[in-house]
Structure formats: structure tokens, C-alpha cells
Ligand binder design. Structure first.
Ligand code: TXA
Ligand code: MG
Length: 310
């Protein structure tokens, strides 16, 4: 609690705070402070036109940030927040170009993590209560799911006044589902732990499958990538790293990185496995992607991007 109060004060002073969420760790700044937000882009080497997600602690802050919120978006917010879901909505005046990347929309999320939520609540008492935060990794690299990942990825780029909060391992392990709520029906821009079926159940609507011209950085062809080459569904060779569900035997001569028993564990452990492979200087990671819909589909999405379509 003491640390969280200190962290909220740092945000108010314009410093950065990296913090745990249930999906991945974020690198946070006061979403209304242009200079602080600019430092996030510098540290990440992120192109300026890539919008950031704004994190809030309560649905009653939503009208400050978004306009013309459709009924189905309110239903999603009420049913699934706090949770691993980001809603893209028409922006209100407080959502400036330096957060939205110049777009007329804003991405909002209420994370389901006790440290993230108490940080947001403390920050609301003394400041804007809105934290702009991308995943706390360099642009295009693997999202951190532990304190140690954040430290090794961006620790040296932070200043003395910045802070990293430690919340152990992220439970979900892959980034939030992003849902475009600017059309007549919801549209998934990035799959995640909130599945198509959950969205359809909550809203009673069919998801829009129409192509969208909204930018999502995860939709670049190479993303979420470790330094090691990621190869999907190929025969593993001596010296490779290997990632597969526990039911698959470890091929001879490879380094087994993880053996998840379930799809949930697969998501939870995937980015740690990438980090371990890089620490070991492995050249290649062979992955047997999980089959199925829902979370398995979100994992395959990340694996495809990590493998750059190879
Ligand atoms: O789980 C998550 O979403 C994590 C945690 C920290 O909340 N955050 C995260 O942020 O993954 P980031 O910046 O690494 O990815 C957010 C994605 C980007 O691809 C960005 O383009 C998209 O969200 N995004 C944000 N605002 C948007 C907007 N207004 N319109 C379209 N896409 C947006
Ligand atoms: Mg990211």
C-alpha cells in the first residue's frame, strides 16, 4: 500500500510507473501529462502515431474520456470490467492527440489486478486517475509478464524518479482483447482472453468481421518477437528451444522451455518462455501451437506475429 501511494505521487509528479496487470505489465504515465506520455514513446522507441490505452479504475470515469458510447459497449464494460478487455470508443476532449496518436478514438481498459486498481484509485484521489500505458517492452518485442522482465527490458532507460511495481507473474499472460466499439456492432481488433463468444453472449450481437482501418500495433506483421527465431510446426533440431503442451514429448537434444498442461497455462507462460530462450541465447524456438478457438486462437495470433509469418 505504501509503495502504491508513493507510485501514485510519482505519476502526479510526472514520473513513469511500470505496474503489473492481469494481462502483461504496463509502462504508465499520467494520461493527461504530455511530457510524461512522450517519455513512454522515447523509452519504447514507439512510433508517435501509435495510440496508447488509457487505464481507469471505475466505469463512472468513462464519460470523461469517451463520447457517444453505444449500448453494447456499456454492456461489455459492465459485464467484463475489470478484465482483459480494451474498448475503442469515440474520444472526449480530455483524450488528446499525444495519447490517441492523432486518432479520433480512445482505447480504454479497467484492469483486473489488485495493485493496478489500487494504484489507479490512489492516483484518482490526487490526480487525473487515468494512466496511459502500453506494454512495458521495447516496440515490437515481447511483453513483460514479471517484474524481472520489465527490469531487464527497460530498467536502464528509466530515470531515478521512475518506479517499477512488483506484482509477481501476470495471470493471463497475453495482452487484452481489443474491441472496436465505433461501429453498429462490436469488432475484435486483437484477440485475447475475452473471447468472441463472451462478447456475443453479453451483447446478443454478431461480431462484425468487416475489415477495419483502425491501427493496432499488434497487427504489424512482426511483433511480440523474441531475439530467437520462432518457427511453428516444424521438426525441432538439436539446440533448439521447444514450446508445446505437456502432452507432446520433448524431441531429442532440444531445450524444453515450458510444458503447459492447459491452454490457460500456455498463455500464462508463453512470454516467459521467450524471455528464457533469449537469456540462454538460443537461436531458434520451435513451437507446436495449440488448437482450438478462444484463448488458443489468441495464442496462435501472437505466435504468428512472433514468427513473422514464417
Ligand atoms: O493488456 C493490454 O492491453 C496491455 C496492458 C498493459 O493493459 N497493454 C497493451 O498496450 O498491450 P500496447 O500499447 O502494447 O498495445 C495496445 C494496442 C496497440 O496495438 C494500439 O495500437 C491499440 O492498442 N490501441 C490503443 N488505442 C487505440 C485506438 N484508439 N484505436 C485503435 N487501436 C488502439
Ligand atoms: Mg505492446
Amino acid at each position: 500500500m505504501y509503495k502504491v501511494k508513493e507510485a501514485a505521487q510519482k505519476l502526479k509528479n510526472g514520473s513513469l510507473v511500470a505496474f503489473p496487470t492481469e494481462t502483461v505489465y504496463g509502462l504508465g504515465a499520467d494520461a493527461t501529462n504530455q511530457e510524461s506520455v512522450a517519455r513512454i514513446f522515447e523509452i519504447k522507441n514507439r512510433p508517435k502515431n501509435h495510440p496508447l490505452i488509457v487505464h481507469l479504475s471505475s466505469i463512472n470515469q468513462l464519460p470523461d474520456w469517451a463520447l457517444e458510447i453505444p449500448k453494447y459497449a456499456n454492456e461489455l464494460a459492465n459485464a467484463l470490467w475489470p478484465g482483459p478487455m480494451t474498448l475503442i470508443l469515440k474520444r472526449n476532449l480530455i483524450a488528446k492527440d499525444f495519447v490517441t496518436g492523432g486518432q479520433e478514438t480512445i482505447g480504454i481498459r479497467i484492469p483486473n489486478h489488485v495493485i493496478a486498481l489500487s494504484l489507479l484509485e490512489e492516483f484518482r484521489k490526487i490526480g487525473s486517475g487515468a494512466i496511459a500505458a502500453p506494454s512495458a517492452n521495447k516496440f515490437g518485442k515481447v511483453s513483460p509478464t514479471t517484474f524481472e522482465h520489465v527490469k531487464s527490458e527497460i530498467g536502464k532507460d528509466l530515470s531515478q524518479d521512475d518506479l517499477i511495481l512488483d506484482g509477481g507473474s501476470s495471470l493471463v499472460g497475453i495482452e487484452s482483447t481489443i474491441i472496436d466499439c465505433t461501429g453498429p456492432t462490436p469488432k475484435v481488433l486483437r484477440p485475447g482472453a475475452i473471447t468472441d463468444k463472451m462478447i456475443e453472449d453479453v451483447t446478443g450481437m454478431q461480431l462484425s468481421k468487416q475489415a477495419s482501418n483502425i491501427r493496432v500495433s499488434g497487427s504489424f506483421s512482426s511483433h511480440y518477437a523474441p531475439s530467437a527465431k520462432v518457427a511453428l510446426d516444424v521438426e525441432a533440431q538439436q539446440g533448439d528451444g521447444f514450446i508445446a503442451l505437456a502432452q507432446f514429448e520433448t524431441p531429442h537434444g532440444v531445450t524444453r522451455l515450458i510444458s503447459p498442461n492447459t491452454i490457460e497455462e500456455f498463455a500464462q507462460e508463453l512470454y516467459s518462455a521467450f524471455h528464457i530462450a533469449d537469456q540462454m541465447n538460443l537461436q531458434r524456438i520451435v513451437v507446436i501451437p495449440p488448437h482450438g478457438d478462444d484463448l488458443a486462437l489468441a495464442i496462435r495470433d501472437r505466435l504468428l506475429k512472433a514468427s513473422n509469418g514464417e
